[in-house]
Design a protein. Structure first.
Length: 469
């Protein structure tokens, strides 16, 4: 614990939804929900206007639509959000060399290491300056917490929301934490919280009163001792500038359960290709391939295979994922599939290219006459998109919220599409709310567009996606 509140935690306010409101003048001040729009989609972020109806992150999208039927429901644009995040992280980097990003919209900063704050007054000045700079650069607001530890700085930023700053004076930790729920402490999720509730502990003060020995008995030596220290306000975790990626993964939830074994195999191969794309984008290779399957009854299975060494070869990952799939019973239907790579490294062993060649030869043997494979195994390793999927291409192209550009009317965004038509609202971040027009989905003058800067003179990156855990 520090004697001065020189650890800063920044959390952007309703980041995805706020970015969409800033980009779309007609949505400002209105409920906006960003997330998966399919029957099994979940809410990624809800604007504060939508939260008044009870909508929150991780809620099933179907439930959100029941609570707020008149909200704007948009697909996420991760490339756009990432470009804004990069601007914010650059501002944090000017404060200190020790910046620990937790996600696109959240990070810790060690102000003392940057020499910008040594006491309460300096921390307050740095925090207010950061909030002003973020607003001027991105047009968005962020909430700032200042404290002598990471745990308390994060609690402070939560109390500051939206668009505020809260400083927790060192020495007041016990008094502040006592009446709060145990869920506010790091490491206390729903399961641990319920376990503590059954033991009669619902507040942080209850944990302190129970004592370390009782928490160790309930939760184990490491977790119990750590939780007791944090309940007393002690948190010595440093701000770490670089957090090593442990895995790279992708997954898809399907609107309708998949039953066809060939289709399931095709989806696994596609996921493997996407996973390798993310792996390469992160500059890593990996040696353990992981397959995740969630079945019709919500049971989730994971299977893994460890290779001789790290790889970023798509054929190797695809074939390994296919082998793992062969050991999973999917006859009842599959609602989610995922492929991941762990055991990451910064290099690739040369002999794995030989392994890829062997896998390719094996695939050719299975698919050839007399190869002895069953019907599912006769599908080549690289399979073209099946015909039933083709009509979805246009539908995905005009997903609600995506940018478009018309040869006559200029920049706009998709409000909705269906029955062969797409509805577009033509407006820009700095314009008044724009007019709505409807076109045929194959209108040659309408094409996908790029995100526009939220603030004049600021750049916005192209769409894309990458995730490294």
């Amino acid at each position: 614990m520090r004697a001065a509140p020189t650890i800063l935690h920044l959390d952007m306010d309703a980041f995805f939804a706020a970015a969409e409101q800033a980009a779309k003048p007609s949505l400002r001040g209105k409920p906006v929900v960003v997330g998966g729009l399919g029957p099994r989609g979940v809410v990624a972020t809800a604007s504060y206007e939508a939260r008044r109806f009870g909508v929150h992150s991780a809620m099933p999208m179907a439930q959100a639509r029941r609570l707020a039927p008149n909200a704007a429901y948009l697909v996420p644009r991760f490339g756009f959000y990432r470009s804004i995040s990069e601007q914010v992280m650059e501002l944090l980097g000017r404060l200190s060399p020790l910046v620990e990003p937790l996600s696109l919209d959240e990070a810790f900063v060690d102000l003392e290491a940057g020499g910008v704050a040594e006491d309460r007054a300096g921390a307050l000045e740095a925090g207010e300056r950061l909030r002003r700079d973020i607003l001027a650069t991105t047009g968005l607001t962020g909430s700032v917490g200042l404290a002598g530890s990471k745990m308390l700085a994060k609690i402070a930023s939560e109390e500051a929301k939206p668009d505020g700053l809260v400083l927790i004076e060192p020495g007041t930790e016990r008094e502040l934490l006592g009446p709060k729920s145990v869920r506010i402490l790091p490491g206390v999720g729903p399961a641990t919280g319920e376990h503590l509730r059954r033991a009669g502990m619902t507040t942080v003060a209850d944990l302190v009163e129970a004592g370390e020995d009782e928490l160790v008995r309930l939760l184990g030596r490491a977790h119990g001792a750590s939780l007791y220290r944090m309940a007393q306000g002690h948190d010595d975790r440093p701000v770490v500038a670089e957090r090593d990626a442990k895995s790279v993964s992708v997954e898809d939830t399907f609107d309708v359960d998949l039953h066809d074994r060939v289709r399931i195999r095709i989806e696994v191969e596609r996921l493997a290709e996407r996973c390798v794309g993310r792996l390469r984008a992160s500059g890593h290779s990996g040696r353990t391939i992981v397959l995740k399957v969630r079945r019709f009854d919500f049971s989730t299975l994971t299977r893994s295979e460890t290779l001789r060494g790290p790889t970023d070869d798509p054929l190797v990952v695809r074939e390994a994922a296919g082998r793992l799939l062969e050991g999973v019973d999917t006859t009842g239907g599959v609602r989610l599939l995922g492929v991941g790579v762990s055991g990451l490294a910064d290099y690739t062993q040369e002999d794995l290219f030989a392994q890829a060649a062997e896998a390719a030869e094996a695939a050719e043997d299975v698919g050839s006459p007399g190869g002895g494979g069953g019907a599912a195994e006769e599908v080549p390793a690289a399979v073209a998109v099946p015909e039933p999927e083709e009509p979805l291409a246009a539908e995905r192209k005009w997903a609600p919220g995506n940018d478009v550009r018309h040869a006559v009317y200029g920049a706009g965004w998709v409000q909705g599409s269906g029955v062969g038509r797409v509805t577009v609202r033509f407006e820009e971040p700095q314009s008044p709310p724009g007019r709505v027009r409807t076109f045929l989905v194959d209108d040659p003058e309408l094409e996908p567009g790029e995100p526009l800067p939220l603030v004049r003179g600021a750049g916005a990156g192209a769409e894309g996606e990458a995730a490294v855990a």
